[in-house]
Write a protein that binds this ligand. Structure first.
Ligand code: NAP
Ligand code: ZN
Length: 351
């Protein structure tokens, strides 16, 4: 079925309207009429070939919410009319030890990304949520329990939400813990809301003076301008856990120094260029760790969505028309978005 979408034909080309084909739903498929799709920095990295291996045409988007418009004969968990979400994955092998543990993002045979993943469907790679419709295997579809009026602001939970929720849970963030969130963009602002809701003492690290007051409104107990060495020094050796969401290469030592003994700095940002090699002395003298984390599994994504519905948590968004996407990318590069762009899929094809 022909579907309106936005995509790019090469890394140095802007996104533009394109028509794509979606498969007819087979037995275990859910067909979703997309209402909104969030704009993740990973979309920009991929579209512009900042990471190796982008396949074109590239239709990004992995923060998808919409309404079920058809289901295959074998689908029992979803029905036409249900409000659902799709995140960063649309398939995995479902038989390796990672998949068995609900950690499909670490599938030993490689998960299939919502865009730029290998598929039998034309054109041979998956095409994402900057489109009006998508067909996804039922095991990778999430239930949305927020009020429908919040749907646009729910979309970013499908990547920004789970990518911050999963490490916060893994490192057991909660009451009595001091937690830092570095980079107050799409991921970072969700990290603040979630760490705060989990009961941790939450400190925001930003390079943008203009976000100082906002970060408090998002739930930060304290805000540090990371370029200010005196402000940084005041927190030396005090953090249990720091989550670094920065999308550009930067000095990690400034943050490992802030950890307590046995503390961890977890990286989720995937910059185009590598970070400078970290100084290992603070790691050795203090048993501190630098770790990484990738999105979250399907069961955990559902748990995150339910946690957010229960706590009234959504993303702070700027709703845009599809034709504004190239400007939105430029603003995202300037850290000039509070805090996530979301595309209104109804504007696709309306030039
Ligand atoms: P974003 O909205 O652009 O936010 C990134 C933030 O990093 C900016 O708002 C800015 O915050 C800070 N920043 C930007 N440039 C900086 C610089 N040169 N030095 C210091 N800070 C800088 O991006 P996002 O969508 O949140 O994504 C963040 C990163 O996570 C991207 O690399 C993305 O690909 C990656 N990601 C990873 C996963 C995963 O599973 N691991 C999932 C999704 C996304 P301030 O203004 O507060 O300084
Ligand atoms: Zn993402």
């Amino acid at each position: 079925m022909t579907t309106k979408a936005y995509g790019a034909h090469a890394g140095d080309k802007p996104l533009e309207p394109i028509d794509i084909a979606r498969r007819a739903p087979s037995a275990n498929d859910v067909q979703i009429d997309i209402a909104f799709c969030g704009v993740c920095h990973s979309d920009l990295h991929t579209v512009r070939s900042e990471w190796a291996g982008t396949r074109y045409p590239c239709v990004p988007g992995h923060e998808i919410v919409g309404r079920v418009s058809a289901v295959g004969t074998g689908v029992s968990a979803f029905a036409v009319g249900d409000i659902v979400g799709v995140g960063c994955m649309v398939d995995s092998c479902q038989r390796c030890s990672a998949c068995d543990e609900g950690l499909e993002q670490y599938c030993e045979n490689g998960f299939v990304g919502t865009y730029n993943g290998r598929t039998k469907d034309a054109p041979g790679h998956t095409l994402g949520g900057y489109s009006q419709r998508i067909v996804v295997k039922d095991a990778f579809v999430l239930k949305i329990r927020h009020p429908v009026a919040q749907l646009a602001a729910v979309a970013p939970l499908l990547c920004a939400g789970i990518t911050t929720y999963s490490p916060l849970r893994h490192w057991k963030v909660g009451p009595g813990k001091k937690v830092g969130i570095v980079g107050i963009g799409g991921l970072g602002h969700m990290g603040i809301k979630l760490a705060h809701a989990m009961g941790a003492h939450t400190v925001a690290f930003t390079t943008s003076e203009s976000k100082r007051e906002d970060a408090r409104k998002l739930g930060a107990d304290d805000v540090v301008i990371s370029k200010n060495t005196a402000e940084m020094k005041a927190h030396a050796g005090s953090f249990d856990f720091i989550l670094d969401t920065v999308a550009a290469s930067h000095d990690l030592d400034a943050f490992t120094r802030l950890l307590k003994r046995d503390g961890a700095l977890c990286l989720v940002g995937v910059p185009e260029h590598p970070h400078p090699a970290p100084n290992i002395a603070p790691l050795i003298f203090g048993r501190r760790a630098i770790a990484g984390s990738l999105i979250g599994g399907i069961a955990e994504t559902q748990a995150m969505l339910d946690f957010c519905a229960e706590h009234g948590i959504v993303s702070d968004i700027e709703l845009i028309a599809a034709r504004e996407i190239n400007d939105a990318y430029e603003r995202m590069l300037r850290s000039d978005v509070k805090y996530r762009f979301v595309i209104d899929a109804a504007t696709m094809g309306a030039e």
